[in-house]
Design a protein. Structure first.
Length: 356
């Protein structure tokens, strides 16, 4: 059970113009996180404040015209950070929505801040605006202050976006690459989106884990109407993301569990994309042979035709269910039932016509 720590009330980081910003929070330690990471929330009996001091507000975007800022709710908790939403109001009636990312590792947070500074020209249109760093007084905990831009993609996967939106995201990543940075963690939860008059806008967020990318091999523009091949993209990181978004076509389907590499042109129109094969697999060749009741000692040359029949029919059934609106997670739960049904079909069809 967590125990609230002593709370402190203070005006925070006055600047040269005498501006003061007050952060109203309740701070408490929690046993579920490592080190000295603290989690905070508002007190049920009212607001209490934590004393914080300015480390730097040297981002290209300023908050110094605002009179107060307030933490609103917790957005996420991981082993390395706690993220809260907030808002900053001014005497002029303007309100800016903020993200407060608290990290117990000052060195790690400074590295992320340095990435935002390096990408200053991309802030506000490709990545969130970066406002600066705060530090909790008498603690190693630091806070990254960012613009809040809409929400993350939630349960939506990249393949649920329009081809135009997927191409937009890839072109945004390409711009980050051109600036010398390659984000490692390009996943749906790190893409923020907002609907602006029926049009989706995006920001690439969470730049804690990045690689230096001195020269990107990609110098083209992703087009939603064109499928690029691997050698045409020339950047392994972008190619991997493009494949996940289905704007990349390698021309092959690869199933390492079944040990199958096959040209896509050899498969029917009802066969799914590679990302589906990566998520759900029917099993090894030996497992499928045993499910069909075949003697595995006959060897691969004898068994492969029947094993491949099972493999192809399985993925065609998966694709049929996807088209009908079933999720991959739901299909995974029904995998055994699908395989049993296919085994029965084989026994009453191709398997029943086999010569003994």
């Amino acid at each position: 059970m967590s125990t609230p720590a002593a709370a402190h009330t203070s005006s925070l980081f006055p600047d040269d113009r005498g501006t003061q910003i007050l952060y109203n929070v309740v701070f408490q330690k929690t046993a579920s996180t490592k080190g000295t990471l603290l989690v905070f929330d508002r007190d049920a009996n009212g607001k209490r404040s934590l004393n914080m001091r300015l480390v730097s507000l040297d981002g290209p975007h300023e908050l110094d015209s605002f009179a107060s800022a307030e933490v609103i709710e917790r957005l996420s908790v991981t082993e390395s950070s706690v993220v809260y939403t907030g808002k900053c109001g001014s005497s002029h009636g303007r309100t800016v929505e903020l993200i407060f990312k608290f990290v117990p590792d000052q060195e790690r947070l400074n590295a992320e801040a340095a990435t935002y500074r390096q990408l200053a020209k991309l802030q506000g249109n490709i990545i969130p605006k970066f406002y600066g760093i705060l530090q909790v007084v008498r603690s190693e905990v630091c806070c990254l202050v960012l613009e809040r831009f809409g929400n993350d993609m939630g349960n939506r996967s990249f393949d649920r976006l329009s081809r135009e939106d997927r191409a937009t995201l890839l072109n945004m990543l390409a711009e980050i690459h051109k600036a010398g940075i390659s984000p490692r963690d390009v996943v749906e939860s790190n893409i923020w989106c907002k609907n602006d008059g029926g049009r989706q806008e995006f920001r690439v967020a969470d730049l804690a884990d990045v690689d230096v990318h001195e020269k990107c091999g990609w110098n083209d523009t992703f087009n939603p109407d064109k499928l690029f091949k691997l050698h045409e993209i020339g950047c392994a990181s972008l190619a991997e993301t493009a494949e996940e978004m289905e704007l990349f076509e390698s021309g092959i389907i690869y199933d390492p569990v079944f040990n199958m590499i096959v040209r896509r042109s050899e498969l029917g129109e009802g066969f799914p994309k590679q990302w589906v094969v990566d998520r759900i697999r029917p099993g090894t060749r030996t497992a499928l042979a045993r499910r069909l009741g075949l003697d595995v000692s006959l060897g691969p040359k004898v068994l492969l035709k029947d094993q491949r029949w099972m493999w192809e029919r399985f993925f065609e059934e998966v694709q049929r269910r996807i088209v009908e609106g079933q999720t991959i997670d739901a299909i995974i739960e029904e995998k055994e039932e699908i395989l049993d049904d296919l085994a029965q079909q084989w026994k009453s069809g191709p398997g029943g016509m086999r010569e003994d």
